[in-house]
Design a protein around this ligand. Structure first.
Ligand code: ZN
Length: 73
């Protein structure tokens, strides 16, 4: 997933800036919107697609509350 950019290249720098913008927007959005993430439940250790409402989701297997960690980058 890591793309390499040539710093002196104009087109590459444009792409780079676009990519940075995209990432900033998408992570900002996930903080406010309801999202679906595949996470591992800390309790039953199963990876499930979980819908999060305002950063809080519920494990469909053991019904424990899962808080979305928004501190990841
Ligand atoms: Zn669970």
């Amino acid at each position: 997933m890591v793309k390499k950019y040539r710093a002196g290249n104009k087109n590459d720098m444009k792409k780079f800036m676009k990519n940075v913008e995209k990432q900033v927007y998408s992570s900002a959005e996930s903080g406010v919107k309801n999202t679906t993430h595949t996470v591992e439940c800390p309790k039953c250790k199963t990876s499930k697609k979980i819908r999060f409402k305002k950063g809080v989701g519920k494990c469909p297997t053991c019904h424990s509350r899962i808080e979305l960690d928004l501190n990841w980058e």
